[in-house]
Design a protein around this ligand. Structure first.
Ligand SMILES: NC(=O)c1ccc[n+]([C@@H]2O[C@H](COP(=O)([O-])OP(=O)(O)OC[C@H]3O[C@@H](n4cnc5c(N)ncnc54)[C@H](OP(=O)(O)O)[C@@H]3O)[C@@H](O)[C@H]2O)c1
Length: 378
């Protein structure tokens, strides 16, 4: 459980914010989402500045790691109009000097009178912003529309709290839960609209992962296509014995790729390929160790694209944080199931999920769900 900042007034106990305040924070949450996939290892953050009358005078979001933070972008947009105004920020303004200066100080120097933020910063290096703001005489309120802002930043918050990337398992299946036909053919189960939607998921992720079975069956490319200005995710492929051919599409130069192999795998045919060598556990790449290594490389959100065997292994380790299923209105009756063995033998052990969204995507149904049990660290 996140620790509340002891120095900030918590919104639950404070006077209700105005409608203008609600609109400003919702807009800040919207702006923050524009940074998804481009800010890691930093969070996505949005900021809206209003003047004393509640009129919006500046907006900003954190666009990419190393670039200015949301507050600084919003202050720049507001200019002198920020003086005496209120800053609505989705995350507690930072207090540390990294590649950019502390936002708490920037807000104080710009003459902001009031700061309203949604979520306290769980990162010990960056927290303390509220205390700095208070010390500078700024009226500071925490926890405003916290759940909405938290939902928009869930991957980063989960990853910082657990010390591993937030994992979304994405799959496509027929209504009867098959991921391929009996002869192995699977192109295409889902519609062109769903496949385009998957490119959006990839663009929002820091890394995309597939297992050796998918690598051999599909020769997937895994890069983002069709989204202007998208940051390409790191493509990660598990290939225990380095059986991949140098001509594999995932090794082209359209996006970075990390090949994960056993520590003693013979990789002489793969010069120049970025390799992560790991000691095997029961003949397999150990998933928790893999996640720790990816986190150390700055990966905060991971899109697991399959296949069923790997999805089962992730679920067995308690490391699936969100499921996005594209259900096509088709029946196959035979063929592999979308989800492999997760060590479940009894109905009482089922991975139970809460459905958070169900929408039509072309002719398909996209279902988003999160496990009801708390996520596991290591
Ligand atoms: N419908 C969909 O959404 C969807 C998505 C993806 C794939 N697919 C289909 O799924 C099929 C392939 O799936 P699959 O289940 O055979 O293979 P997979 O899940 O893609 O990969 C499993 C393989 O990954 C490697 N691996 C390394 N460490 C592992 C670990 N800890 N746990 C599990 N696997 C580990 C192993 O191969 P090595 O020993 O060679 O490393 C293992 O055999 C294809 O037919 C593909 O078209 C469907």
């Amino acid at each position: 459980m996140r620790q509340e900042d002891p120095v900030a007034t918590h919104a639950a106990h404070a006077a209700p914010a105005s409608d203008a305040g609600t609109r400003a924070m919702r807009r800040a949450v919207e702006l923050a989402a524009r940074g998804l996939g481009s800010t890691s290892p930093n969070p996505v953050v949005g900021c809206v500045i209003t003047d004393a009358c509640g009129t919006v005078v500046g907006e900003g979001w954190h666009e990419r790691a190393g670039g200015p933070h949301a507050e600084v972008n919003a202050l720049r947009a507001a200019g002198d109009a920020a003086r005496g105004g209120t800053a609505y920020v989705t995350l507690e303004p930072c207090n540390h000097t990294g590649r950019t200066g502390p936002c708490a100080r920037a807000l104080a120097e710009a003459g902001i009178a009031r700061v309203v933020y949604a979520v306290s910063d769980p990162n010990p290096q960056a927290s303390g912003g509220a205390a700095t703001l208070r010390a500078a005489g700024i009226d500071t309120e925490a926890g405003f529309l916290e759940a909405e802002a938290e939902a928009g930043n869930t991957a980063w918050l989960t990853s910082v709290r657990l010390g591993r990337p937030h994992v979304t398992w994405k799959y496509a299946a027929t209504l009867d839960g098959r991921s391929a036909a009996a002869d192995g053919t699977s192109r295409w189960i889902s519609s062109a609209e769903s496949r385009a939607d998957v490119h959006r998921l990839r663009a929002e992720a820091d890394a995309v992962l597939v297992g050796g079975g998918t690598l051999r069956a599909d020769d997937p490319h895994l890069a983002v296509r069709g989204i202007d200005g998208a940051t390409q995710p790191l493509r990660v492929a598990l290939d225990t014995h380095a059986a991949i051919l140098p001509s594999a599409r995932v090794l082209d130069d359209s996006a970075p790729t990390l090949l994960v192999v056993a520590e003693d795998a013979d990789t002489r045919h793969l010069p120049g390929v970025d390799l992560l060598r790991l000691p095997l556990h029961d003949g397999r790449i150990p998933i928790h160790r893999l996640l720790t290594e990816l986190y150390a490389r700055g990966v905060r959100s991971l899109l697991l694209e399959g296949g069923p065997t790997l999805a089962g292994a992730f679920a067995e380790g308690g490391t699936v944080d969100r499921v996005v299923g594209y259900l096509a209105p088709a029946l196959l009756g035979a063929g592999p199931a979308a989800f492999g063995d997760a060590g479940i033998t009894n109905i009482s052990q089922a991975v139970r999920l809460d459905i958070t969204e169900a929408v039509r995507v072309g002719p398909d149904l996209r279902i988003t769900a999160i496990p009801t049990t708390a996520p596991k660290e290591h």
